[in-house]
Design a binder for this molecule. Structure first.
Ligand code: PDD
Length: 289
């Protein structure tokens, strides 16, 4: 395990082995909570405002009142980050409804459980980036509120495991013949030089990386169409990418054990990957917020 010497739990900074929660926590009993994964570059959380507003949306969908204002979140993150110096990191933040006697409906007068830690970012290595990864397609067996970043991830866990068992890095999910997203990523495709990604709706998580790629593409004169994509369009694509805060923009070069396009990462990936890295570098140097 990545070395974590300090975690935040309910107001305290503790060594991980001292961080304990009740077995009656509704996160444990029902998966009743939400989370965020926030990258850190140059000692600062990346796209923090975006992550905090997605957190707010997830909490409010569950009727949990955000326990802290943005400046307190920032102060907690800053303290966790400091432990790893300047290294690129990711912050994991989880908020559950809290501890109560087991009953499905929301209990009254409980305080949310708040848990957070930072760890060194583990990027896909250079060889993986150069070659791309393989993915399989699966029927999307999740619920109808995939826009909530809920900790109840059993379907995602099962579907990612199927990918691993077939020697692949990710499962790409299809609902009613349409592409939704990956088990833990958003998906982009390129066909005839045109970049496309499924629209933000209840069937996908509004990825912070996804939204940044759309923004950066457009700022650089590359149109990105947010549109419904069929399984056939996915299978016929010249390029397929998976995106997330920890995987960044990873080319998928094998789909269901067949080559995607020419079987190597494509030119549009090279372009957007470079733009993304430049933007990160500018953030690191404090040139963008
Ligand atoms: N997951 N879709 C799903 C289902 C995800 O779990 C994730 C990220 C994304 C990409 O979102 P973002 O760009 O904001 O990271 C899309 C995180 C990294 C995780 O569960 O570890």
């Amino acid at each position: 395990m990545n070395k974590i010497s300090c975690v935040y739990l309910n107001g305290e900074f503790l060594p991980p082995e001292r961080a304990k929660i009740s077995a009656f926590d509704r996160g444990f009993i029902f998966g009743d909570g939400v989370y965020e994964v926030i990258p850190v570059f140059g000692g600062r959380p990346f796209r923090l405002t975006h992550h905090l507003s997605r957190l707010e949306r997830s909490l409010s969908a569950l009727g949990i009142i955000n326990p802290l204002p943005p400046e307190d979140w920032e102060a907690i993150f800053q303290r966790l980050i400091t432990g790893h110096g300047d290294a690129d990191q990711s912050i994991y933040l989880q908020i559950t409804r809290g501890v109560a006697e087991r009953d499905h409906s929301y209990p009254e007068n409980v305080s949310p459980t708040v848990f957070a830690y930072a760890q060194i970012m583990r990027y896909p290595d250079a060889a993986t980036l150069a070659k791309g990864v393989s993915a399989i397609t699966l029927e999307d067996i999740r619920w109808q509120r995939c826009d909530i970043k809920a900790v109840a991830l059993l379907a995602n866990v099962m579907m990612r495991q199927k990918a691993v068992e077939s020697g692949s890095a990710e499962s790409i999910l299809i609902r009613d013949g349409l592409l939704t997203e990956g088990a833990a990523s958003n998906i982009f495709i390129v066909k005839n030089g045109r970049l496309r990604t499924p629209p933000s709706n209840a069937y996908i998580l509004p990825g912070i990386t996804r939204d940044l790629i759309v923004e950066l593409a457009e700022a650089n004169g590359i149109q990105c169409l947010q549109t419904e994509l069929t399984e056939t369009e996915l299978m016929d694509a010249d390029e397929v990418w998976m995106t997330s805060s920890t995987k960044e923009i990873l080319p998928v070069t094998q789909l269901n054990h067949k080559a995607v396009g020419s079987g190597v990462p494509g030119p549009m990936h090279a372009k957007l990957y470079a733009i993304y890295q430049d933007y990160k570098e500018a953030f690191r140097q404090g040139k963008v917020r």
